[in-house]
Ligand binder design. Structure first.
Ligand code: ATP
Ligand code: MG
Ligand code: FE
Length: 343
């Protein structure tokens, strides 16, 4: 089965050709980062317009790289949420047009499920059940993946997503956008113990997260030091912040794995690229006899290959969309598209 997948939920225009869910024949990603950099974040309207310009070119390139003709494609998978509504609509419209013209099934994919599925591409032997920590620009979820497409959400953030906290702290530190990779780089040169930021664990039995407190603590620290005229070590701030965040994430993830009696933990989402998080989770997991897996860097951040993988398992599970598919900006994990017609 050849899936052509399209992803336009945020600021990456991406298209991929994926064979049988896990074999990536192409994964073309056109990032708009440079375009949004000067605004310090993604400007939704600018993103939508850029997707319109790019989407057909990116799709064609994904076919060219794969060496596949459009008429060989068996199904179209597309992200229909969560994400920016205008951005999502571009991909959804392109996918509907292609599915209609080629007379092939259309599958509406949940972007967050896509992030989880990146791990199936990375490790061809990975099968559910496992515990997944999803940490991205807009989401932070601890999820028990019971089977393909079957999720039990153990906890999620009550305020900021982890990636959002990284980006906001980076902005306050005067770094560029996106902040996550920049903080990661600085943190490697800093002392994680030099500045002690709060670890927010919430109630003892809760798997929820909260990151707005630590974000404020970093902002207060920066303002305080600036007022006192002290020289700030950005390396130490980055290292201290990253350490505080990762300790909480790792602790809860390992507790979740114990509670669910699973021996495998996987990371997903843009922040899964974070070197400190990968390292600490792997170390702590090892102590508990747990396997820890994460996708390679390109598969962590937004890409269409992961969407093609999710589409494959969705279609095996009988989940298909139709031409009434619409963008759903706040789509929840595990929510499936309800077909309008039953042809
Ligand atoms: P969502 O997937 O929740 O809809 P998104 O698609 O915008 O949000 P992703 O592309 O999954 O987010 O991830 C982008 C986020 O990952 C950004 O917040 C970015 O700062 C963060 N990020 C990327 N690399 C790293 C890193 N090395 N360390 C920390 N954060 C990182
Ligand atoms: Mg992005
Ligand atoms: Fe994402």
């Amino acid at each position: 089965i050849l899936t052509l997948a399209i992803e336009t939920s945020c600021d990456e225009t991406s298209a991929a050709v994926v064979r049988n869910g896990r074999e990536v024949l192409s994964n073309v990603i056109s990032s708009q980062i440079d375009l949004h950099k000067k605004f310090g974040g993604v400007v939704p309207e600018v993103a939508s317009r850029k997707h319109v310009e790019n989407v057909n070119l990116v799709i064609q390139e994904s076919l060219d790289v794969a060496g596949i003709k459009l008429k060989e494609i068996d199904q179209i998978g597309v992200t229909y949420g969560p994400g920016l509504v205008g951005a999502l609509l571009v991909g959804v419209s392109a996918a509907k047009a292609l599915a209609y013209a080629l007379k092939v099934p259309l599958i509406g994919v949940n972007h967050i499920e896509g992030h989880i599925c990146a791990n199936y591409i990375e490790d061809k032997t990975l099968t559910p059940p496992f515990l997944c920590l999803i940490v991205s620009g807009g989401h932070s979820h601890l999820v028990h993946v019971k089977d393909y497409g079957i999720y039990e959400v153990l906890g999620k953030t009550r305020d900021d997503a982890v990636g959002e906290a990284f980006d906001k702290v980076a902005r306050a530190m005067g770094l560029g956008y996106p902040g996550g990779p920049l903080i990661d780089g600085l943190a490697q040169k800093g002392d994680p113990e030099a500045i002690k930021f709060p670890r927010v664990y919430l109630e003892a039995d809760s798997f929820d997260f909260s990151f707005s407190g630590i974000k404020s603590a970093v902002l207060n620290y920066l303002n305080g030091e600036r007022q006192k005229g002290n020289k700030i070590s950005l390396e130490n701030v980055a290292a201290g912040f990253q350490q505080a965040v990762t300790e909480v994430l790792v602790h809860k993830t390992i507790e979740g794995a114990k509670q669910k009696k699973t021996d495998t933990i996987v990371l997903a989402g843009g922040v899964a690229a974070n070197s400190g998080l990968r390292k600490l989770l792997t170390e702590e997991g090892k102590k508990q006899g747990l396997r820890v897996k994460y996708p390679s860097l390109t598969l962590c951040t937004d890409n269409a290959a992961m969407i093609g993988c999710a589409a494959y398992y969705d279609s095996l599970g009988g989940h298909r969309a139709d031409l009434y598919l619409n963008a759903v900006p706040n789509l929840k994990l595990g929510e499936k598209y309800v077909r309008f017609s039953q042809e």
